[in-house]
Ligand binder design. Structure first.
Ligand code: CDP
Length: 233
């Protein structure tokens, strides 16, 4: 079925290692849309904080840091590349040391304000699939299609472990489990934009679905959303 002319905004939220980025990337490719992994931006801020040994609870130091940070995303062969002050940090932001601090950095309203403003600008022309924690609730509450991914913890641990193994990063399953649980807790309980399912989001449990099956479910939902929009035009 050809993709219609009507472009929509698709928000994919959920817990870590539930397959958000994999699904978002594949869906965007199939629809010829832009895929934005919003977590990469919070990871880039975290890398800067580590490199400059900034105390994230020092409001002035954080404000100064934010004014010195420029985050830019480029898209090469359907893959997102994250740039921090003109340096390609795509690999560095996936290192386990970032996982230790990223959720704490992401609780800070000053950080969220900057990131959300930039993310909203990327959606101006629609035709975008963005994944994260607050995309359907805060960044694009008007998104045409919202998906919320969940998955069993043991499966999330296994997936993240395999992902890191492939990159040659050594981490035990126990360390990964602890970090995922800690980040779930921090992400869901923060005051500013906590991780939660938007009321109008469709929940997908990815535990026993292959990436192809997840893509088919999401693609069918996207197609029917686009058709409905076109009928209303
Ligand atoms: O890849 P993984 O699902 O583990 O994480 P990520 O999507 O790269 O996001 C890393 C962290 O950034 C999350 O644990 C959140 O603390 C934060 N984040 C956020 O607060 N809001 C977003 N829209 C995306 C990520």
């Amino acid at each position: 079925m050809p993709t219609g002319h009507r472009k929509i905004i698709i928000a994919i939220d959920g817990y870590s290692a539930c397959g958000k980025s994999t699904l978002a990337r594949a869906l965007a490719k199939r629809l010829h849309y832009l895929h934005v992994d919003s977590g990469a931006m919070y990871r880039a801020v975290s890398l800067y904080v580590i490199q400059h040994q900034i105390d994230i609870h020092d409001t002035d130091a954080m404000a100064e840091a934010l004014s010195g940070i420029s985050i830019h995303l480029s898209f090469e062969n359907d893959a997102q590349v994250t740039w921090l002050n003109h340096e390609n940090v795509e690999e560095a932001i996936r290192e386990p040391r970032i996982n230790q601090v990223v959720s704490d950095v992401s609780t800070l309203s000053a950080v969220r304000k900057e990131m959300v403003a930039q993310q909203r600008r990327m959606g101006t022309d629609k035709g975008i699939v963005m994944d994260g924690r607050d995309i359907g609730t805060v960044v694009f509450p008007q998104a045409d299609l919202k998906l919320f991914l969940v998955s069993e913890l043991a499966i999330r641990v296994e997936r993240r472990w395999l992902e890191l193994q492939k990159k040659g990063i050594i981490s035990t399953k126990d360390e990964i489990r602890k970090n995922l649980l800690l980040r779930d807790e921090i992400d869901s309980s923060r005051d500013d934009s906590p991780l939660r399912k938007a009321e109008d989001a469709t929940e997908i449990d990815t535990s026993y679905l292959t990436p192809e099956e997840q893509l088919q479910i999401a693609y069918d939902l996207a197609r029917s959303t686009i058709s409905q929009k076109e009928l209303m035009d």
